[in-house]
Design a protein around this ligand. Structure first.
Ligand code: ADP
Length: 401
């Protein structure tokens, strides 16, 4: 079975075509600057990379180009579009309606569109990608895989905010959590690597990239997570503040003559390590390099970043009444031995965490980095959201047939 995975953003489409018998990626790429000057496709097949510059006005045109590429003389990986058995779409917000992936029909597409009030930047773009794929591949099943659905197992003690209950009833204000596909993939993979049944484990998954979130995964299910009603809550991120006192919003609005929406814009786009370093960088590589050279501001930003991660790990160890496994993933988690080591050595020894510094000194591989006598097993597991989406798509389509 061949599955095409699509992740559409407001001006981009990321795609991967996978052969599911072997889970091999046949081709992948990115259509970027859709509807903007300079649109282009970066297409990869095996180790080769092709850049094709072309005017692409909308998502339908972008996807048409991708399908042409997959079957064209020069770049082809399949001889006909008939070889695509299913399309799996990443959808950011599934609200309370979608606690698992679905085969998309008219009704579920309408529901995804309605969920745009909860994710105005993301769901409309996801819908554009789905509609384009439905038009261009009308007889191929389309599956929606939601960033939020893994977290729908959270108990109400984790997902309810202590605000008047009517706001939950009226507006569905609650913790949803994001990066669910990643937390699900790495927690399952960690159990597999350790040869243990995930139903017996208490796992804390730390997805730390540009956006960052932590999840408490108890017996294979999400029990709590740091992102909330929106992806702004929780950890310190590249440009996002994570947790702050909500009273700061009205204080800043008043003092700076801003609207609440503008203040939230600052918390999303001008805060995090970017804000702490007075706009030096939102990229953790830059921050880490400077911090290690002795720059005090970058050192402070890295310290605050790591401290918040450690606080959440401590909180989730308490929430689950224990922790067996800690997983690091995403850009920083996979590639920064320094951040992993500092979090574990400065803050987690009370849990019995012991890191093997030599084993920890690598990038981008699956590996256990704790010592054999560590009370908690610590691993790095590179995330693979596309593979998880493709697997869920295959499973749904196969059970339907
Ligand atoms: P997202 O998908 O949220 O955009 P990624 O998971 O790709 O983000 O992570 C990007 C982040 O990972 C950037 O801040 C980048 O600097 C950081 N990163 C990548 N490699 C390293 C490294 N070797 N050391 C520290 N940080 C790194």
């Amino acid at each position: 079975m061949k599955v095409l995975v699509i992740n559409s953003g407001s001006s981009s489409i990321k795609y991967q075509l996978l052969e599911m018998d072997t889970e091999k990626v046949l081709a992948k790429g990115l259509v970027e600057r859709i509807g903007i000057e300079g649109s282009r496709i970066i297409h990869r097949k095996n180790e080769e990379k092709y850049v094709i510059e072309k005017v692409i006005k909308n998502h339908e045109e972008g996807l048409k180009e991708v399908l042409d590429l997959l079957t064209s003389e020069d770049y082809k990986v399949i001889s006909s579009l008939k070889e695509i058995d299913a399309v799996g779409h990443r959808v950011v917000h599934g609200g309370e309606r979608f606690s698992s992936s679905v085969i998309i029909d008219k009704e579920s597409l309408d529901a995804i569109e309605m969920m745009s009030f909860l994710a105005p930047l993301h769901n409309p773009a996801n819908v554009m990608g789905i509609k384009a794929a439905m038009d261009l591949l009308p007889n191929v099943p389309q599956v929606g895989v939601f960033d939020t659905s893994f977290h729908q197992t959270m108990p109400n003690t984790s997902f309810l905010y202590a605000i008047p209950y009517e706001y939950y009833e009226k507006y569905k204000i609650r913790r949803y959590g994001f990066h669910g596909t990643s937390h699900k993939y790495v927690s399952r993979r960690a159990a597999e690597i350790l040869g243990k049944d995930i139903k017996t484990l208490k796992i804390i998954t730390s997805h730390i990239g540009n956006g960052a979130s932590i999840a408490a995964v108890k017996n294979g299910q999400s029990f709590d997570t740091s992102m909330g009603f929106t992806p702004l809550e929780g950890l310190v991120m590249g440009t996002r503040s994570g947790d702050i006192d909500p009273a700061i919003v009205s204080f800043l609005a008043q003092e700076e003559g801003l609207t609440a929406k503008e203040v939230i814009g600052i918390l999303n786009n001008k805060s995090g390590v970017y804000g702490i370093t007075k706009g030096f960088s939102s990229d953790m590589r830059d921050i880490e390099d400077k911090a290690l050279e002795g720059d005090k501001v970058c050192r402070l930003a890295l310290d605050i970043y790591e401290y918040r991660i450690a606080k959440y790990i401590g909180a989730y160890a308490a929430a689950m009444n224990g922790v067996d496994v800690i997983v690091f993933t995403a850009g920083v988690g996979e590639n920064s031995p320094v951040t992993r080591e500092e979090i574990c050595e400065k803050y987690l020894t009370y849990l019995g965490v012991k890191i093997d510094k030599e084993k920890n000194n690598f990038k981008g591989l699956e590996r256990v980095i704790s010592t054999p006598d560590s009370k908690v097993t610590v691993l790095v597991v590179p995330t693979n959201e596309e593979l998880m989406i493709a697997r869920e798509t295959k499973e749904l389509v196969s059970t339907k047939n």
